[in-house]
Design a protein around this ligand. Structure first.
Ligand code: ATP
Ligand code: MG
Length: 358
C-alpha cells in the first residue's frame, strides 16, 4: 500500500491511498474523506517542494503553494475528530487534540496558544523535527467566534475573548517560530523553552457551528440531507466564508484554513455500519473479548435497528454507541466465565428491555 518515489527518498501516499485507509475506519462522510486526503497529500507535496528550494532564493517571494489547513464543520459525533485521528495514524505523524476554548488571547492569564505546539512536541517524544511535521487538531473553534457580530442574536453565551484567541492563532496557523515550554507541567519557568517552526504543521480546525445561517437564509435543519451518493452537496446548501464571518469568525482566521469541509449527520444505516464494519468497531471489540471466554455473541438485524434508533434519539451521533453497548453487555460480561461455550444472540426485545432501564 505504501508507495515510494523512485527519484526521491520520501514516502509518498496518494490521495487514494489515504482515502482507502480512512474508508476502513470512517463510515460515510465521503466528501470529507476525499477532501482531507487531498489536503494531506498537498500538504506533504508542499513541504517537499519548499524543502527543495535553494536557501535564500525564496525568502522574499510569496510562496506559491499555500498551507492546506482544514476547517471541518459538522454535528457532534459525526466523525470530525475520528477522521483527523485516523489521518495522523496513516501518515505516521504526531497528533494532538486541543480545545480552542481552553486558550486565551496573548497577554491574558491562561493557556497561550503556543502550548498546542508544546503538546505536539510531547506527542512526538520531544523530537522537534518530528513535531514540526505533525498534525494539531483544534476542536470547538465555533466557540471562539466573535460575540455580538452583525445581526446575529442569541450569541450571548460566546466566549468574550474569542476573537482574541482567533488573532493569537493566526501566526501559528500560517507558520512561524514559536517558543514552546519544554516542560508542559511547569510552563511558567522561563528556562526550558524550545523554538519550533509551525510552517509544516498541518492544522485541522473543527466545530459544530450548530446554529449557523447558510447564505443568510433561515436555519437549515440538520446538515444537508440532499447530497448524492458521492457526497456532493448542492453548492447553494454549503456553508460559505461569508456565513462563517457572519457567525463571528474573522476573515484572517478563515484565510488560514482554506480547506472547508462539511460533514453530515450520520444516517441510521451508517450508524449500523459503524457498529459492525470498522475493524475496531465496538461490536468486534466485544466479540473478541467474549471469544476469550469461549462465548459467541450475535445480534439479529432487528436488534441492530433498535440500537441505532436509540442512538439516533439521543442526538449524539456515533458517540453514544459505545455507551449503549456497555449497557447491553454489562450482565453478559459479568456472567461470562460461567457461560463458557454458549452462544448469546440479542434480538430486538432483549435490546429494548435493557435500554429501557438505561
Ligand atoms: N463516520 C464515522 N465512522 C466511524 N465511526 C465514527 C464516525 N463518526 C463517529 N464515529 C465514532 O464516534 C466517536 C465520536 O466521534 P468524533 O469524536 O469524531 O465526533 P466529533 O465529530 O468530533 O464530535 P464533537 O463535535 O462532539 O467533537 C468516534 O470516536 C468514533 O468511534
Ligand atoms: Mg470532536
Amino acid at each position: 500500500m505504501v508507495k515510494t518515489l523512485q527519484h526521491e527518498d520520501v514516502r509518498w501516499l496518494s490521495p487514494r491511498d489515504i482515502y482507502e485507509y480512512l474508508d476502513q475506519y470512517v463510515i460515510g462522510q465521503e466528501r470529507a474523506k476525499r477532501t482531507v486526503a487531498i489536503a494531506a497529500y498537498n500538504h506533504f507535496k508542499r513541504i517537499h517542494a519548499v524543502a527543495k528550494e535553494p536557501p535564500g532564493k525564496s525568502r522574499f517571494k510569496k510562496p506559491l503553494l499555500k498551507k492546506s489547513n482544514i476547517l471541518m464543520i459538522g454535528p457532534t459525533g459525526c466523525g470530525k475528530t475520528h477522521i483527523a485521528r485516523n489521518l495522523a495514524e496513516i501518515l505516521e505523524v504526531p497528533f494532538t487534540v486541543s480545545d480552542a476554548t481552553e486558550y486565551t488571547e496573548a497577554g491574558y492569564y491562561g493557556k497561550d496558544v503556543e502550548v498546542m505546539a508544546g503538546e505536539l512536541l510531547y506527542a512526538a517524544d520531544m523530537d522537534v523535527e518530528k513535531a514540526q511535521q505533525g498534525i494539531i487538531f483544534i476542536d470547538e473553534v465555533d466557540k471562539i467566534a466573535r460575540r455580538d457580530h452583525g445581526s446575529r442574536t442569541g450569541a450571548g453565551s460566546r466566549d468574550i475573548g474569542g476573537e482574541g484567541v482567533q488573532q493569537a492563532l493566526l501566526k501559528m496557523l500560517e507558520g512561524s517560530q514559536v517558543f514552546v515550554p519544554y516542560n508542559l507541567t511547569q510552563h511558567w519557568n522561563k528556562h526550558d523553552f524550545v523554538q519550533m517552526d509551525t510552517t509544516n504543521i498541518l492544522f485541522i480546525c473543527a466545530g459544530t457551528f450548530t446554529d449557523i445561517q447558510r447564505g443568510g437564509r433561515a436555519h437549515v435543519a440538520g446538515f444537508g440531507q440532499q447530497e448524492d451518493s458521492s457526497g456532493h452537496k448542492p453548492l447553494e446548501q454549503r456553508v460559505t466564508i461569508k456565513d462563517l464571518m457572519d457567525y463571528g469568525m474573522i476573515a484572517e482566521f478563515l484565510g488560514r484554513v482554506p480547506v472547508l469541509v462539511e460533514l453530515d449527520e450520520l444516517s441510521e444505516p451508517e450508524l449500523q455500519r459503524i457498529i459492525t464494519e470498522p475493524p475496531d468497531s465496538v461490536l468486534n471489540e466485544y466479540k473478541a473479548l467474549l471469544a476469550l471466554d469461549g462465548i459467541e455473541l450475535d445480534f439479529t438485524p432487528a436488534a441492530f435497528r433498535e440500537i441505532v434508533a436509540f442512538a439516533k434519539k439521543r442526538k449524539v451521533g456515533a458517540r453514544g454507541l459505545r455507551t449503549i453497548f456497555e449497557e447491553l453487555m454489562h450482565d453478559v460480561m459479568f456472567d461470562a466465565p460461567e457461560n463458557r461455550g454458549e452462544r448469546i444472540v440479542y434480538g430486538a426485545p432483549e435490546v429494548r428491555e435493557k435500554l429501557s432501564q438505561a
